[in-house]
Structures are given as C-alpha cells and as structure tokens.
Design a protein around this ligand. Sequence first.
Ligand code: GTP
Ligand code: MG
Length: 195
Amino acid sequence: MNINKAEFVISAVEPSQYPEDALPEIALAGRSNVGKSSLINKLIQRKNLARTSSQPGKTQQLNYYRIEERLYFIDFPGYGYAKVSKTQREQWGKMIERFLQNRQPLKMVMLIIDVRHEPSKDDKMMYDWLKFYDIPVCIVVTKADKIPRSKWDKHIKMIKNTLGTLPGEPIVLFSSETGLGRDEVWSIIVERISE
Ligand code: GTP
Ligand code: MG
C-alpha cells in the first residue's frame, strides 16, 4: 500500500470532537512505549507524523489521523505506565470503554504487544473488552527485530496462550525498524474496511 496523503486531524478528549464523516476507523491500543505511533508511521511511510517518544505515557488523547480520505487511524493513549495517577487511569478506562461501546465507524482494533514480553494484565483486560464488545481484533506483535528469528515462534505461542486468542484470529509479527509485517497488516486493514 502506497500512501500519498496522511494528515493529523485532532487530539480528541471528548466524543463531541470525534470526526463525523463516518469514514471507517482502525484504532491502535497497547501499553505505553510498545510502538503504536511507530506502527502508524511505518504503515503510512512517514518518519514522524504520529508522535513517537522514548518517554512513555505521552499520548493522552485519542489522536486521529486521516489516511487518503479512506480511513482513520486512532492512536489510543498507552496504558500501564506506572507514573500515571489513579484518577488518570480511571479516566482513561472510562474514555476507552465508552468509545468501544458506542463508536459506530470503528472497524477493528489492533492490539499491539511487544514480542519480548508476556502480555500484561492490562493487555489481557483490553483483549477481553474487545471480545466483550464484539470488536474485530488484529494482534500485532511488534519489535520483532529485538529478538532472534529462532525465538519468534515460541514468543508468538506464549502471547497467544496468555491472551487466549481464538483460532483463526489474525496475529502478525511486525517491526517498525525493518518493515516486517507491513504488507500483511495493510491487507488485513483493507479487508476490514471494505466489508
Ligand atoms: P506511547 O505513545 O507513549 O503510548 O508509546 P507508543 O506505543 O506510541 O510507542 P512509540 O511508537 O513512541 O515507540 C516507543 C519506542 O520504541 C521508540 O523509541 C521507538 O523508536 C521504539 N520502537 C517502536 N517500534 C519498534 C520496533 O519495531 N523495533 C524497535 N527496535 N524499536 C521500536
Ligand atoms: Mg504514541
């Protein structure tokens, strides 16, 4: 997929700010620092449209990016960052759950997991929410370049087991460094938004 036009639209803090043009939406969820913004940048082949940082917990709103007048990517705020206050954490939970419950244009959530680590309780909770609200999920296992290829299979199995994924559910090994998995992720997205 070649992307000519990709633009930041809004950092939405409340539903009245969500776009109203009904383009299909693909959201990215995952822990702080897992590589959500990097994944967006890699998909659209821009160095820094989605803000990346080595400082976790940076993205606190729903960041909307419009791609080719065809879809939106929504960069969710990362979860699981220790220094975030309890109140902020609760606000985050409310905002995300309300979004997942009501958002008509949402076609799929990409749940981003670091290939090196067992999914956390928060990852499992997010996965369970998605199942509960019947939202299609694609699990993207990122930072593949951080472990040797010989360990990929084992780590993928561990991630599937911990999350309790269903047979046939898409799970893609990805790297924002090398571009591994980029085409596969795009073909899953295109399939979802064309249905
Ligand atoms: P928050 O917005 O804080 O939730 O983080 P995020 O999930 O958007 O992570 P971000 O894309 O900012 O990446 C965090 C760090 O991981 C950055 O230093 C990235 O360069 C690095 N990173 C992301 N993806 C990869 C990858 O596939 N491989 C490697 N080696 N580094 C990565
Ligand atoms: Mg980010």
